[in-house]
Write a protein that binds this ligand. Structure first.
Ligand code: M6R
Length: 364
């Protein structure tokens, strides 16, 4: 049932504040200011290396998690798309933790990668939305997302719920490694608890984003740029646009622009820049200015501070609430989802059932 929404995708985008709150409830003890994890039959503090494997949007959640695990817990992370992991003969040391991320829990490549890692003696953790799925059954550590059924082929609410679980896991790992003080843990709990309200505020920009869809809909190519944990958000924005509007889009690390892709820039290629104010802002903005100097038409997604500092000369801006960098990827997922959604609606494509795609890819 789509309720009063036109598409499942739209309904699912709007469910995010509620389902992220629902998911966080099982990973945060708000009263005690602590992260809560399911019981583990292994010593998380002894984990020396993490291997993350997933496909599509779930893979992008994994890319964000890599930043968090390395930054907070100082644990090195390898990450692969499942179809590459399976066949590259990865070096897996005994006692390593292999983490699989999947909405459906049935994606063929991810499941095969899980079985391979298990056979190689890895501890298997899964972040999965369908609790009865194959991956859920085969895990040593099951970390469910509570997004509810996701019907739209384009993953939206499953993604932000995955990020919520992965942020909690990063904090838990950091604590187990002795890298997090009680105060720091309390701060993380506090920032994560603010995510649902920030998601609501991000959703309140919907009308403004809808009004700018006509700027993107005629384009043949669109570029998305971001840095640090916002680089995967650029990849996710581009994937969303590709799959539902059929416009060619690419996400790039902002600093990579001048190593090739900047040759694509002209006034016909819109460039979406994802740049919350913070430690990486100046760097991303200088890449954005390189684009503008070549006639590129920029849509800047930032907060009021970022837009005041760098919004002049942009074709359009989308203002997000000012949030802690930890929850920025969750919050900035919303405008890229909405932009893809409205562009697809403007183009008249089948938003919930895009051509050539299946919700769950159960064949290799
Ligand atoms: O069910 P999974 O999370 O394992 O699915 C992985 C990908 O097939 C999925 O994220 C796909 O990329 C979506 N259509 C993206 O919107």
């Amino acid at each position: 049932d789509k309720g009063n929404h036109r598409h499942f995708m739209q309904k699912e985008i709007y469910e995010q504040p509620v389902v992220v709150a629902q998911t966080l409830r099982s990973y945060l003890r708000r009263m005690e200011n602590e992260i809560a994890m399911p019981d583990m039959e292994f010593d998380l503090g002894a984990v020396k290396r993490i291997t993350i494997v997933a496909c599509g949007t779930s893979y992008y959640a994994g890319l964000v998690a890599k930043y968090w695990f390395e930054k907070f817990a100082r644990v090195p992370v390898d990450i692969d798309v499942a179809s590459e992991f399976r066949y590259r003969d990865p070096v897996l040391e005994a006692g390593g933790l292999a983490l699989f991320i999947s909405q459906s829990g049935e994606t063929a490549d991810t499941l095969a990668a899980l079985r391979h890692a298990k056979a190689e003696g890895q501890i298997i953790a899964v972040v999965v939305n369908v609790p009865t799925s194959s991956m859920a059954r085969e895990a040593d550590l099951l970390l469910p997302t509570h997004a509810g059924p996701e019907i739209g082929v384009a993953s939206t609410k499953a993604f932000t719920c995955q990020l919520a679980v992965l942020a909690a896991l990063a904090a838990n790992l950091a604590r187990a490694k002795g890298k997090l003080t009680t105060e720091e843990e309390a701060e993380i709990v506090w920032h994560l608890s603010e995510a649902p309200a920030a998601l609501n505020e991000a959703l309140s920009r919907d009308g403004q984003i809808e009004a700018m869809a006509h700027l993107i809909a005629p384009a043949r190519d669109v570029l998305y740029l971001g840095r640090g944990p916002d680089y995967p958000m650029a990849l996710e924005g581009a994937l969303k646009l590709k799959e539902i509007s059929y416009i060619h889009a690419e996400g790039y690390a902002a600093g990579e622009m001048k190593h090739g892709p900047i040759a694509l820039i002209d006034e016909l290629v819109p460039v979406i820049v994802i740049a919350p104010s913070g430690p990486l802002f100046e760097k991303t903005v200088s890449n954005m200015q390189e684009v503008q100097a070549r006639g590129g038409k920029v849509v800047l997604i930032s907060d009021a501070e970022g837009i005041a500092a760098a919004g002049d000369g942009c074709m359009a801006t989308i203002e997000m609430p000012k949030v802690h960098p930890l929850i920025a990827p969750l919050v900035y997922a919303v405008p890229v989802q909405l932009l893809a959604y409205h562009v697809a609606v403007a183009k008249g494509t089948d938003v919930d059932q895009p051509r050539n795609l299946a919700k769950s890819v159960t064949v290799e």
